[in-house]
Design a binder for this molecule. Structure first.
Ligand SMILES: *Cc1c(COP(=O)(O)O)cnc(C)c1O
Length: 228
């Protein structure tokens, strides 16, 4: 079942990339609220990267997966939910990527707590691209200084940008937000040539996001079905 869904989504990504004339983006399987067994099933079907919104939920599933299959190849874990500073230690230990870095305090905390035996933590800056006062993410103007702070930390690796645009009904409005992210990303890459990841697009707008240059899409519903 999940293998078929993975196949369909992979096909969607390939089609979107072909019509956009861009390389196919990486797929992040968003497994929030899904049981560890569903992650194991998708991993068996070939999916490697998984996204979780809550640190505790991810830790519980990681423990369960390790107990069920101690010798399975390690998966790649991305934190895509808002991170409170008092959870930075656990996040820096349990994840390979944190996509939601949006303030300097978090940069310092993640760098301090990344275990010495692990490779540098991959970091994306979350941008509040629609300037919604209620949402997380830094402003576009804050990206350069935050990027410099991350790049100065040897225990962190700046990989790019992430956004969750407002769910506007009009496709043109959503596309414009994705395009603003691409411009920010291109500007960032001039300062920091190592950045390679623009994380945007979810189940409903994969095609738009890829057309505007997403290199990583975060997909939950189209893989696992509707969440409860
Ligand atoms: C839940 C979530 C997704 C996945 O959304 P779907 O519409 O289920 O594909 C992607 N990104 C973030 C940050 C999420 O919280």
């Amino acid at each position: 079942m999940l293998a078929q869904a993975l196949h369909r989504v992979t096909q969607r990504l390939a089609d979107a990339a072909r019509s956009a004339g861009r390389p196919a983006p990486r797929l992040l399987a968003v497994s929030k609220t899904q049981p560890a067994a569903a992650i194991a099933e998708l991993a068996t079907a070939g999916q490697h990267a998984f996204g979780e919104n809550y640190v505790q939920e991810a830790l519980a599933k990681q423990t369960e997966l390790k107990q069920a299959e101690p010798h399975a190849l390690p998966l790649e874990w991305h934190l895509i939910g808002h991170l409170q500073s008092n959870k930075a230690r656990e996040a820096a230990t349990a994840f390979d990527w944190v996509q939601t870095v949006d303030r300097a305090k978090l940069v310092a905390a993640l760098a301090r707590h990344r275990p010495a035996e692990s490779p540098p933590l991959n970091v994306l800056i979350q941008v509040n691209i629609d300037d919604e006062t209620s949402k997380h993410g830094c402003t576009p103007q804050e990206v350069p200084s935050l990027a410099a702070a991350i790049a100065a930390e040897p225990r962190l690796r700046l990989r790019g940008l992430m956004a969750i645009p407002a769910p506007a009904p009009e496709a043109a409005v959503r596309r414009a937000a994705f395009a603003r992210m691409r411009h920010l990303f291109e500007a960032l890459a001039i300062e920091h040539p190592q950045v390679d990841t623009l994380s945007m697009g979810m189940s409903d707008d994969i095609e738009l996001a890829v057309d505007e240059g997403a290199t990583l899409v975060r997909v939950g519903t189209a893989l696992f079905g509707k969440r409860n």
